[in-house]
Unconditional design. Structure first.
Length: 249
């Protein structure tokens, strides 16, 4: 099973972890240890210190083709980050195929008023936006509002919680073709099998949440799930590769 992790971070955080992955080399060593082939990566500074600082530190991943960079975005409201035009010039120049947002931590609303132009451009260019559930104000209501207002946005929701959230996310999967889920915190017994049987495998992306989570449990859950090998490989790697290949920059 080839694995392409959609949610891995590196760098020294504000709160030390038992297994800090401070450098690209340390992250690669951990991926090797876990049997993960590739990863879509962000720097912890982007969430824990500042988006600009985290984005600048992503330069350390150049020369490591297994590590795919993602950029953290914020609204231009207080002129701390890129304008929309500058952002898209930057991700085109740097060949970045996905972005992340941490709106609760960075004190803004991911909505039409604060981020309408940005979200419209992400939708038009099919750039995946990865956001942890806990970063939405009002959590699921915030997710529903975002997808209602931007139905063509490619949203990858991460960290949905260890208890089954299916009654929240299944309506989103059914109604919005560009809504996807990461498997990190997909921990309820039989959840993967039930999801695949009812909704197919196309909307799930393997995510570990490194270094905050140990990937082994999520790899084991996917490897042992009672689903077809085709579905298993799609979730492990192919769905994410397809999404990144769709980006129209």
């Amino acid at each position: 099973m080839r694995i392409f992790d959609c949610d891995a971070a590196f760098g020294r955080g504000t709160t030390p972890l038992p297994g800090e992955l401070e450098t690209a080399e340390a992250l690669i060593a951990e991926l090797d240890h876990c049997g993960i082939e590739q990863a879509l990566v962000w720097h912890r500074d982007a969430r824990e210190r500042s988006a600009g600082q985290g984005n600048a530190r992503m330069a350390a991943l150049k020369g490591h083709p297994r590590l795919h960079r993602s950029c953290t975005v914020m609204p231009y409201t207080s002129r701390e980050t890129f304008t929309e035009a500058e952002l898209f010039e930057y991700i085109q120049m740097e060949d970045i195929r996905a972005v992340r947002a941490f709106p609760l931590t960075h004190c803004y609303l991911l909505d039409t008023i604060s981020c309408g132009d940005l979200l419209g451009l992400l939708s038009a260019y099919r750039v995946p936006l990865l956001v942890p559930l806990g970063e939405f104000h009002n959590q699921w209501q915030g997710v529903y509002n975002l997808m209602r207002d931007f139905p063509h946005l490619t949203l990858v929701l991460t960290e949905t919680g260890c208890w089954g959230q299916d009654r929240y996310f299944r309506p989103l999967v059914r109604n919005f073709p560009r809504f996807f889920l990461s498997t990190n915190r997909f921990e309820t017994a039989g959840q993967l099998k039930s999801f695949v049987n009812d909704l197919g495998h196309e909307r799930l992306l393997f995510g570990s949440g490194l270094p905050f989570n140990n990937p082994g449990g999520y790899i084991s859950l996917l490897a042992r799930a009672d689903i077809s090998d085709e579905a298993r490989q799609a979730i492990a790697s192919d769905n994410l590769a397809y999404l990144l290949g769709e980006v129209a920059l």
